[in-house]
Design a protein around this ligand. Structure first.
Ligand SMILES: NC(=O)c1ccc[n+]([C@@H]2O[C@H](COP(=O)([O-])OP(=O)(O)OC[C@H]3O[C@@H](n4cnc5c(N)ncnc54)[C@H](OP(=O)(O)O)[C@@H]3O)[C@@H](O)[C@H]2O)c1
Length: 235
C-alpha cells in the first residue's frame, strides 16, 4: 500500500526547518526523503525519525554540486520511481554583518551558489520525475529579505539578492511548467534555527506548519506565488 503514498523530498533537512518539514510530511502520510549534504548527519537525522515509526529515508545531496544532485536523482528514481513534492529548503546566510559593496566577493558567490543556483539545478534535475506523471508540487523556501524594497536597505546584500533571484526563478519556472506541476515560494518567518538564532519568535515546527499547505494544493491552487502564512506577498 505504501507505494500509493506520495513521495516528498526536502533539501538541507538534517536540521532546522528542513528537519521539521520532513517530520511533518511523514506525519501527514508522505514517504519522505531527507536530503543532506553530510552523510553522517543526514543518516542520523533520518534514523531518528524512522525509529519513531515515520516513513523517512536518507539521500546525500550537496546542492552546490551538480554531480551530487544528479546522483541523488538517480537514487530517487531507482528507489521510488516518482517525486510528488520537492521542497528546496537548503540555504546559507553568510553576510549578516557585511556590506554588499565591501564584503569579500566570495561571500556573494557562495551565497548565490547555494540559495539560487542550487535550487535552479535541483529543479532542473528532478522535474523529469514529476513530468513522468504530469504532477508535482515544488516549494522554494525564500525570505521576505528578498522583496525589492529590502534592496534599498544597507547590509545582508548577498542573502537578500539570492532570495530575490529565487523568487524570480519561481515565477520564470512557473511560466514555463506544463501539466499539473505547481511551483511557489514561501517565507517561513523569523525562525529559531541555527540560522535564525535563539531570539527568533517562531519555532521550526510553527514554520513548517505555515508552509506545508503548499504541498497539498489542488490543480486550482496558486502558481508562481510568494507567500507567508498563507497570504500572498507583494514583492
Ligand atoms: N531561520 C530563519 O529565520 C529563516 C528566515 C527566512 C528564510 N529562511 C530560509 O529557510 C531555509 C532553512 O533555514 P534554517 O533556518 O533551517 O537554516 P539552518 O538551521 O542553518 O539549516 C540550513 C540547512 O541547509 C543545509 N545546507 C546548506 N548548504 C547546503 C548545501 N550546499 N547542500 C545541501 N544542504 C545545504 C545545512 O546543512 P549542514 O548542516 O550540512 O550545514 C542545513 O541542513 C533556508 O533556505 C533559509 O534561507 C530561514
Amino acid at each position: 500500500m505504501s507505494h500509493n503514498k506520495q513521495v516528498a523530498l526536502v533539501t538541507g533537512a538534517n536540521r532546522g526547518i528542513g528537519f521539521e518539514l520532513v517530520k511533518q510530511l511523514a506525519l501527514n502520510g508522505f514517504r519522505v526523503i531527507l536530503a543532506s549534504r553530510d552523510l553522517e548527519k543526514g543518516y542520523e537525522a533520518a534514523q531518528r525519525l524512522e525509529q519513531s515509526g515515520l516513513d523517512v529515508t536518507f539521500v546525500q545531496m550537496d546542492v552546490d554540486d551538480q554531480d551530487s544532485i544528479r546522483q541523488a536523482s538517480l537514487t530517487v528514481n531507482e528507489t521510488f520511481g516518482r517525486l510528488d513534492v520537492l521542497i528546496n529548503n537548503a540555504g546559507v546566510y553568510l553576510d549578516e554583518n557585511e556590506l554588499f559593496m565591501t564584503m569579500d566577493p566570495s561571500i556573494l558567490e557562495k551565497t548565490m551558489s547555494t540559495n539560487f543556483f542550487g535550487v535552479y539545478h535541483v529543479i532542473r534535475t528532478f522535474i523529469p520525475l514529476m513530468k513522468k506523471r504530469s504532477f508535482g508540487r515544488i516549494i522554494n523556501i525564500s525570505s521576505e529579505y528578498g522583496v525589492m524594497n529590502e534592496m534599498s536597505e544597507r547590509g545582508v546584500g548577498a542573502y537578500k539578492l539570492s532570495k530575490l533571484a529565487l523568487n524570480a526563478l519561481t515565477r520564470l519556472a512557473a511560466a514555463e511548467i506544463q501539466g499539473d506541476i505547481k511551483i511557489n515560494a514561501v517565507c517561513p518567518g523569523w525562525v529559531s534555527s541555527d540560522m535564525g538564532g535563539p531570539a527568533a519568535p517562531r519555532t521550526p515546527k510553527q514554520a513548517a506548519e505555515s508552509i506545508l499547505w503548499l504541498a497539498t494544493i489542488g490543480p486550482e491552487g496558486p502558481q508562481g506565488g510568494f507567500f507567508r502564512d498563507g497570504k500572498a506577498i507583494d514583492w
